[in-house]
Design a binder for this molecule. Structure first.
Ligand code: SF4
Ligand code: SF4
Length: 314
């Protein structure tokens, strides 16, 4: 794949970014070696950009893959609020990736300017780490129009990882048109943009061709992160991002069963998952948790907080 410059950074990334959440512990949970081999295969197929986060539990996978291709470009993310929390997050990432530096490090889920202000200590630590060469670019990820605007207006932010898809699924505070306008502004301010949830967390998987084409034709996104679990999916998405039409047999191979959140019946009704879900997709009534499948983005974040291990994306 041709590489593009990510905003004003020095990073040259593939227009398709490999999302790693889908192979991690809360989703496919591939064995470490198998998952690392998939990353290696992705790199050999032209993808040099890999999206991860502390909460995904996938740094060790990339750490193993980096032993084969140390030049892979990797993103880490953290919910750190203070400088000390961010220092710990970065050290954890460096240790698990087994690399001295991280290409991009993001504040995870920054939803507006107040949240950015609340994370000021962590953000200042990121700026300092960039100056010391420990990280190469500072970013935020966000599910909101307000988050993109906040990132655009913060001079030190290099990269924004916003939620965008043709149906506007998962945008928490506005329409798809408002999100496009916010991203356009951020881009004019020189921010590198790599999109998330371009397939609506799986809801648009039957319309993958149109959905990826929509993002490409916007012309405001440098790269798009898509979670992939097999070489067939990598080949399929690579073709879409390059504007090609995958052959019918490849389409059939990746069609598969749509993913969904499974809730086991040994749930104790503690409600932690309901509090954690940023998409208001879970309800707790009479001690029973239910999921609104139209709202669920299949991020698997709720699974990370369940003390009974009863949530999983399958
Ligand atoms: S229910 Fe769980 S998987 Fe679905 S959007 Fe909420 S946190 Fe993500
Ligand atoms: S966190 Fe787990 S145990 Fe608690 S309510 Fe949710 S599913 Fe049930």
């Amino acid at each position: 794949m041709n590489k593009v410059r990510l905003g004003l950074t020095s990073l040259m990334v593939s227009p398709l970014c490999m999302g790693t959440l889908t192979v991690g512990p809360t989703q496919k949970n591939l064995p470490l070696r198998e998952a690392a081999d998939l990353m290696i295969r992705a790199y050999e197929l032209g993808i040099n950009f890999f999206d991860s986060a502390e909460i995904y539990g996938t740094y060790p996978i990339l750490g193993l893959a980096l032993q084969t291709y140390p030049e892979m470009i990797v993103t880490g993310k953290s919910y750190a609020v203070t400088a000390e929390e961010m220092r710990c997050s970065i050290e954890k990432a460096r240790k698990e990736l087994n690399r001295d530096y991280i290409d991009i490090f993001c504040l995870h889920e920054v939803e507006n300017s107040a949240a950015l202000k609340g994370h000021r200590g962590a953000l200042e630590y990121l700026y300092e780490a960039r100056q010391r060469g420990i990280i190469r670019a500072v970013g935020i990820s966000t599910h909101t129009v307000a988050g993109v605007r906040a990132g655009a207006n913060e001079p030190g932010i290099d990269v924004i990882h916003p939620l965008i898809n043709r149906a506007g699924i998962g945008i928490k505070d506005g329409t798809v048109e408002e999100m496009i306008a916010a991203i356009q502004t951020a881009r004019e301010f020189g921010k590198g943009i790599y999109a998330m949830k371009v397939l609506g967390g799986g809801h648009l998987y039957r319309e993958a061709v149109e959905s990826v084409r929509f993002i490409r034709q916007l012309g405001i996104v440098d790269s798009m992160a898509i979670g992939m679990q097999s070489e067939a999916e990598i080949r399929f998405n690579r073709m879409l991002v390059e504007g090609e039409t995958p052959p019918p047999e490849l389409m059939e191979e990746v069609a598969g069963t749509p993913r969904a959140l499974r809730i086991e019946d040994w749930c104790c009704g503690c409600g932690r998952c309901v509090e954690r879900c940023g998409f208001d997709a879970l309800r707790l009534e009479n001690g029973v948790v239910t999921v609104d499948r139209d709202r669920c983005m299949m991020c698997g974040y709720c699974a990370r907080v369940c003390p009974e291990f009863c949530l999983k994306i399958v």
